[in-house]
Design a protein around this ligand. Structure first.
Ligand SMILES: Nc1ncnc2c1ncn2[C@@H]1O[C@H](COP(=O)(O)OP(=O)(O)O)[C@@H](O)[C@H]1O
Ligand SMILES: [Mg+2]
Length: 397
């Protein structure tokens, strides 16, 4: 971002141009919020039909690996951000050097946090509890780790004695693609025969017998002002986020949150960041860090006055952030609309009058593809979720 940009309280509407690298649904929701805030949003993506390209007049053709296009985008705007951590840091650094502008969050942190091994090292360095892990260089590393008793799934504590390891691709894993849960010797054997290990592409961690999965997000600006979003519970179906509800409480969360905030300030992180958390009933372990806006906070568009997309843009532009967004209702829930086939979806448009409906404008429906989401508000999270699950029954995505 342009470091000379005026920071702090005020913002003149329409005075700022923000570029987004990527054109998927996260970029689309950022662009829509950016427009609402009076920003001029520029999207770089491969096709004008991409979800985010459809909602702005300022579209630039470019794959994430296209140095010339990226440099061009950086030259056109006052600040630049990303929708996916899977960028090539070398290309971003070259575009930054050529344009004199920087991408936010910093490419150094994006690179560190998008590699699951370096992410684990970051968590340990910041004293944030996480499942015990090893770097995997060869097959015997997984075998030896599997053979070790799971006395403590999290370092320095007792998360349970469930057997098994979870092997994860170090880079480019998402929605369960790249995560392999091995609970038995035969799971291990078949995984090893399929992935004859020759490279250091994976990490392995102890299987954590969690009771529920939680998530929390923060927005932080360059002056270290941090806005903490509510703690939420979420559940996956077929390894993809199915629903989220909140706010929820968890024992030990205040201490974890303090550590997370300290880690963000210490690292100089800027922007939205999401943490996926395992709640074992005895402790909270951070499972994954996503240095960007995240599916677990889509509810915030209607559930909070300050949503994650607006907060991210405010952080990137170094505008002031509150300590926490104000809730628009006591409870909220979000449900993903995930493709079940390549057939056109059947959406009961009148039933959608009962919830907040978001459709991402993806051209093709596909099994497992995130096509949209719905949000409901209510007296508490479970009540809002109940409404969404009822509506879900009426549609075929
Ligand atoms: N160590 C673990 N123990 C138990 N379940 C796990 C473990 N790691 C991951 N999982 C399960 O797999 C899901 C996907 O793993 P995750 O690390 O979040 O990767 P990604 O979301 O990038 O696919 C998690 O949400 C969780 O349900
Ligand atoms: Mg995850």
């Amino acid at each position: 971002m342009s470091q000379s940009s005026p920071s702090g309280k005020g913002m003149r509407p329409s005075s700022r141009k923000v570029g987004i690298l990527g054109g998927g649904q996260l970029a689309r929701m950022l662009a829509i919020e950016g427009a609402r805030l009076g920003l001029e949003i520029h999207i770089m993506s491969p096709s004008p039909a991409d979800p985010a390209a459809q909602v702005t007049n300022h579209w630039l053709k470019g794959e994430l690996g296209d140095l010339a296009a990226m440099t061009e985008l950086l030259n056109r705007v006052d600040a630049v951000t990303i929708e996916s951590e899977f960028v090539d840091p070398k290309i971003v650094l070259s575009a930054e050097a050529a344009s004199g502008r920087q991408v936010t969050p910093s490419v150094r942190l994006i690179a560190e946090l998008s590699d699951r091994l370096q992410q684990k090292a970051w968590l340990e360095k910041m004293k944030i509890p996480t499942a015990e892990f090893v770097a995997v260089q060869k097959s015997s590393d997984v075998e030896n780790f599997f053979a070790q008793p799971n006395v403590s799934a999290g370092r320095g504590n007792r998360a349970g004695r469930a057997k098994g390891v979870v092997v994860k691709k170090r880079r480019f894993g998402y929605d369960g693609y790249g995560t392999f849960i091995l609970r038995s010797p035969s799971d291990l054997e078949s995984w090893l025969s399929e992935h004859g290990l020759t490279s250091a592409e994976f990490i392995a961690e102890k299987f954590v017998p969690f009771r529920r999965e939680l998530a929390v997000q923060f927005a932080i600006n360059a002056r270290g002002q941090i806005c903490e979003f509510p703690l939420v519970e979420w559940q996956a179906r077929d390894s993809k986020c199915h629903w989220v509800h909140g706010p929820v409480k968890a024992r030990g969360f205040d201490q974890l949150s303090a550590r997370l905030r300290r880690a963000l300030v210490k690292s100089g992180y800027v922007g939205m960041i999401a943490f996926e958390i395992f709640d074992t009933g005895r402790e909270l372990l951070v499972n994954e860090v996503a240095p960007r806006v995240h599916n677990s906070a889509h509810y915030s568009i209607e559930g909070l006055y300050l949503n994650q997309f607006a907060a991210h843009l405010q952080a990137v532009l170094d505008l002031d952030l509150p300590r926490a967004p104000t809730a628009a209702a006591p409870g909220f829930a979000m449900l993903n609309l995930i493709g079940s086939s390549d057939q056109a979806p059947v959406l009961p448009m009148t039933a959608l009058n009962e919830v907040f409906f978001h459709w991402y404008g993806k051209r093709d429906n596909r099994l497992g593809r995130k096509m949209g989401h719905v949000t409901a508000l209510g007296p508490n999270g479970p009540a809002a979720l109940k409404k969404l699950l009822k509506i879900e029954k009426k549609m075929r995505v």
